[in-house]
Design a protein around this ligand. Structure first.
Ligand SMILES: [Fe+2]
Ligand SMILES: [Fe+2]
Length: 138
């Protein structure tokens, strides 16, 4: 495969190995998703790949929220609200995909790459770094 377009790099590190691994995996999944849409993916395959992104995003948000809560991150409520906002948008996309909406990819990719990876992981998640660096989820 060619060089991934949206690659995780050290700038995105939150100083916590478990979270960094999950972020790396999300970058990988979304990159794969992008590549397969470009290569002409079937509707069934699109729905299946998106499901994987949705499931892993949910698992990731839960873990991040536990970690922030356990370490008394003061921005916890606001951050959790942002996760819920992203999940709401993801559900709307999911409904469109299930309905076989042909135009969904054109809206979905900028959302996944822009809002989700670059904006949320790239900047919002950075704010909790001093609270979660080197802490473990228990
Ligand atoms: Fe995150
Ligand atoms: Fe987050």
């Amino acid at each position: 495969m060619s060089q991934p377009l949206f690659e995780w790099n050290e700038e995105y590190s939150v100083g916590n190995l478990e979270i960094d691994h999950q972020h790396q995996h999300l970058f990988y999944l979304i990159n794969e998703f992008y590549e397969s849409i470009k290569a002409g993916i079937s509707d069934t395959e699109l729905a299946r790949s998106f499901r994987e992104v949705v499931e892993d995003t949910r698992i990731h948000f839960d873990m991040e929220e536990t970690l922030m809560r356990n370490n008394d991150y003061p921005g916890y409520n606001a951050h959790k609200a942002m996760h819920q906002e992203l999940l709401k948008k993801i559900e709307v996309f999911d409904t469109r995909i299930q309905a076989g909406d042909k135009d969904v990819a054109a809206d979905l990719l900028p959302f996944l790459i822009g809002d989700w990876l670059l904006h949320h992981i790239g900047s919002m998640d950075q704010l909790y770094v001093p609270y979660v660096a080197d802490r473990y989820v228990d």
